[in-house]
Design a protein around this ligand. Structure first.
Ligand code: C2O
Ligand code: CU
Length: 434
């Protein structure tokens, strides 16, 4: 990426449309859109969106409420919507071939599910996702706490990258095997998309960061205030962590909630090997006359049953293949435990409520962010203690990550790499809870 020529004016912001009505049915219509991704003066970029936008409209509900979405497919290819991170009924999970059939062009599908836990989630296409998500078919799904924290503004921040030319044209060649077998489809241009781009000095913000990219791991730095990291993948941390204490890293599909007291323009930097790359800035104008003084505490607990048991079963899932991985070719580029693609039978079956320990071992030359549908799991820290409670865990090449999961949601659940080209070329499997 050429910072000077291509990125100097990257601070222009795109606005995410206001919240859709969560009480009534939300209509979500997938169709082609042309949006300004590059700063003013360049061409519009032809993408796919929901209701004429990418990101699509915000879907917002309160913990315990039911979300109803009438999805209409206005694309020239099939699609389906997945509600990433929600512990929902299996039939509403949006996975063609596992939980529903493809919604063909011109067809519709009614999604209806309860949201049992608050937090920052998102929805995205789960059909040809390496292409449809890269073209913009995603949006925010926000579940409010019954007793929300005291803040001045709640701002959703999507980080994404696009492979586009300098004139704004989206590059085709989706699904090329070189991308699939390496780090995935990385973009040539990255930015942050804010639901609001103006705040006041002294405001307390809740920033809901969502990595919607199909391949890029975002290492972020946020300037313009002091604050804390309060949640990962929608789940509150028991103790908040001061911002800047640990690297802020989001693998594809991961989310992080930051609570920030504003003392200047809030800028978002992507840390790259070539130095910091500007993703965008939330402007600070005027001063809040009554800033919130109380210290920033943890978000209210999700009150989900937490797995504390040792784990009844322990199994290992080995990530294999890819460039330099030596063993797979053709479109079966990646594998889990020597199997590439979705097997007919589940990789493992669990009884409802069973607690299991799984080792995710990365025997490839690339990092993989592994996502389990319908559940969250604990990352086991190096000292054996329970670490973050997530739905997507990043495992670097040559590393292992143990997770502990309580399988309490019945159904057929996908388990896959969220580098979507890796998923498409084999790195996926499923488990059954019954
Ligand atoms: Cu975010 Cu299987 O998906
Ligand atoms: Cu991967």
């Amino acid at each position: 990426m050429n910072r000077r020529e291509f990125l100097a004016t990257a601070s222009a912001t795109a606005l995410i449309p206001a919240a859709a009505n969560a009480a009534a049915t939300t209509r979500l219509i997938a169709a082609p859109v042309a949006l300004r991704i590059l700063p003013d003066g360049d061409e519009l970029t032809k993408l796919l969106g929901f209701n004429g936008k990418s990101p699509g409209p915000e879907i917002r509900a309160r913990q315990g409420e039911r979300i109803e979405v009438a999805f209409e497919n206005g694309l020239v290819q099939g699609s389906a919507i997945h509600w990433h991170g929600i512990h929902l009924e299996n039939a509403m999970d949006g996975v063609p071939g596992l939980t529903q059939s493809v919604v063909e062009p011109g067809e519709a599908f009614e999604y209806s599910f309860e949201v049992p836990h608050p937090g920052t989630f998102w929805y995205h296409s789960h059909h040809r996702s390496w292409e449809q998500v890269a073209k913009g078919l995603y949006g925010p799904l926000i579940v409010e706490e019954i007793d929300p924290p005291l803040i001045d503004r709640d701002i959703t921040v999507f980080v994404d990258d696009w492979r586009i030319s300098r004139s704004g044209e989206l590059q085709g060649d989706f699904g090329n095997l070189h991308d699939f077998s390496h780090a995935g489809r990385l973009g040539t241009f990255a930015r942050a998309l804010f639901s609001q781009d103006k705040v006041m000095l002294g405001d307390r913000l809740r920033l809901r960061l969502i990595n919607a990219s199909v391949a890029r791991i975002f290492s972020l730095e946020i300037g313009g205030g002091s604050g804390v990291v309060a949640a990962h993948d929608g789940m509150p941390l028991p103790d908040v962590v001061p911002l800047g204490k640990e690297a802020l890293q989001l693998a594809p599909a991961q989310r992080t909630d930051v609570i920030l007291d504003v003392s200047g323009p809030v800028d978002f930097m992507l840390l790259t090997q070539q130095g910091p790359y500007e993703l965008g800035t939330i402007v600070a104008e005027g001063t809040n006359p009554t800033p919130i003084e109380a210290p920033i505490g943890p978000l209210p607990s999700a009150n989900l049953p937490i797995a504390v048991a040792e784990g009844s079963k322990s199994s290992t899932l080995v990530m294999q293949g890819g460039a330099m991985g030596g063993r797979h070719g053709g479109s079966d580029i990646w594998a889990f435990n020597d199997y590439s693609g979705l097997p007919e039978k589940p990789w493992r079956k669990f009884a409802i409520g069973e607690v299991a320990r799984i080792e995710l071992r990365n025997d490839t030359a690339f990092p993989h962010g592994i996502h389990l549908h319908g559940h969250h799991f604990h990352e086991i820290a190096n000292d054996g203690s329970l670490g973050h409670y997530r739905d997507t865990t990043l495992v670097m090449h040559g590393q292992s990550q143990e997770i502990l999961c309580m399988f309490d949601n019945p159904g057929k659940w996908l388990l896959h790499c969220h580098t979507l080209g890796h998923q498409a070329s084999g790195m996926k499997t499923w488990i059954e809870v019954s």
